[in-house]
Design a protein around this ligand. Structure first.
Ligand SMILES: CC(C)(COP(=O)(O)OP(=O)(O)OC[C@H]1O[C@@H](n2cnc3c(N)ncnc32)[C@H](O)[C@@H]1OP(=O)(O)O)[C@@H](O)C(=O)NCCC(=O)NCCS
Length: 377
């Protein structure tokens, strides 16, 4: 079947040329019927040919999408996916390692939720979502969506979103959020400076439910010395040091016993894979037992967190030391800014390191209609 796309007065028209017998095909007719397209006759080189003129924008989307291929994002096209992300998510450009971590490296990675739009061999759109098993059933989230500028406003973004929502619904997900796909995510929501994307989501039934913010510490502003604070801690029998490789497993067990979530453990364990290990721990000198931790690079390069102190030791100054040790380390590693992820205790970071609020993320959510199996193909 031949097709032509034309833009007239800002509206996109798709003309599909087809001989009459093809118009009888069930799938095609259903498009015609669904979108009230007009079947006309045109004379091409003297021979009558039927063609369908589709005027409704939604119909145009459907027709255009038939020319776009939607393929899974896998190891083989990962770098093309990263390029789409970096061309479009200008506040969240990232590295191939981080991109791999957030996509095929996610323990819940499902290729049917990671799609790339390809038009005539050119990758032009991307959506990555995930479904996780929660205590109350599966939960779902979209990590990012992007369509290259010259391919926008043609329905590709809508189709990527619709496909992923449909798949999530098939997997039993009832509510889908955007961005904050804990514990593995690139950003804890959508930066409102991606205004078109926010408008796009709101128009597609997403509701703004919450907000997260990051804070920045200017690492050049100080040497982040902990000498005095560490001397006070030493009087209480506490030392703060970098987690050692041979302690990682014992430390992970302690995190479980002390009640730190599996999500935080996942992030801290990733920080522990860095070289040098990007985790600092507070320990009782007498028995080497853990009492506190802080880490960076566990969620995303240059991002700090999570950190925590066991209940009985809060207020002793230990959190300040684990945090400041991370700042020293980040500075030594060459970072200029420490970005504290998805804060928490604003007063603490402001007081200890003059951190300032630097980024805001809107958290969107949408309830999905449940899908019965006969609707799911
Ligand atoms: C959001 C995005 C994926 C949409 O992709 P797309 O292929 O253009 O999507 P569609 O063609 O299906 O729909 C276009 C929609 O963009 C929105 N839009 C387009 N121009 C807009 C404008 N000037 N102002 C506000 N919204 C606008 C509208 O919602 C429009 O759909 P609607 O009018 O039918 O509701 C795309 O704009 C994009 O890649 N943005 C940059 C990446 C980004 O910000 N991602 C979010 C971080 S997760």
């Amino acid at each position: 079947m031949k097709s032509r796309t034309a833009i007239l007065n800002g509206d996109v028209y798709v003309f599909v040329f087809a001989p009459p017998q093809i118009l009888q095909l069930r799938g095609f007719m259903s498009v015609v019927a669904l979108h009230k397209a007009f079947v006309r006759t045109k004379y091409l080189e003297g021979k009558p040919e039927r063609y369908v003129e589709m005027r409704k924008r939604e119909t145009v989307f459907t027709a255009v999408q038939e020319m776009v291929e939607y393929v899974y994002l896998t190891d083989s096209n990962l770098s093309q996916g990263l390029e789409i992300l970096n061309r479009n998510l200008v506040y969240d450009q990232t590295t191939i390692d981080q991109f791999r971590h957030n996509t095929i490296g996610d323990p819940d990675y499902d290729p049917s939720l990671a799609l790339m739009a390809v038009e005539n061999g050119k990758p032009c759109g991307l959506i990555v979502a995930v479904s996780r098993q929660g205590d109350d059933g599966p939960t779902g989230g979209i990590k990012f969506i992007a369509v290259d500028r010259e391919f926008r406003n043609r329905g590709i973004g809508s189709e990527l979103l619709a496909r992923v929502e449909r798949r999530l619904a098939e997997l039993g997900v009832r509510s889908v959020n955007v961005g904050f796909t804990r514990p593995n995510y690139l950003m804890p929501g959508v930066d409102p400076r991606y205004t078109v994307a926010c408008a796009f989501l709101l128009r597609r039934g997403y509701i703004r439910r919450g907000e997260a913010f990051n804070m920045d510490v200017d690492l050049a502003a100080s040497d982040w010395s902990t000498r005095e604070l560490e001397a006070k801690l030493a009087e209480q029998g506490i030392a703060v040091e970098r987690l050692r490789r041979d302690e990682i497993e014992r430390f992970r067990r302690w995190m479980t016993e002390d009640g730190w979530s599996a999500g935080w453990q996942y992030q801290v364990m990733r920080a522990a894979t860095m070289e040098p290990i990007a985790v600092f721990v507070g320990k009782r000198v007498e028995d080497n037992s853990f009492v506190a931790f802080a880490c960076y690079d566990g969620v995303r390069p240059g991002w700090f967190g999570p950190m925590g102190t066991t209940q009985s030791m809060r207020g002793t100054g230990i959190g300040s030391v684990t945090f400041l040790k991370c700042l020293q380390d980040m500075k030594a590693k060459g970072y200029r800014v420490c970005e504290i992820n998805s804060v928490g205790p604003l007063y603490f970071y402001s007081k200890v390191a003059n951190a300032v609020v630097s980024r805001i993320f809107w958290q969107f959510e949408k309830e999905l209609a449940s899908v019965s199996s006969d609707q799911s193909n």
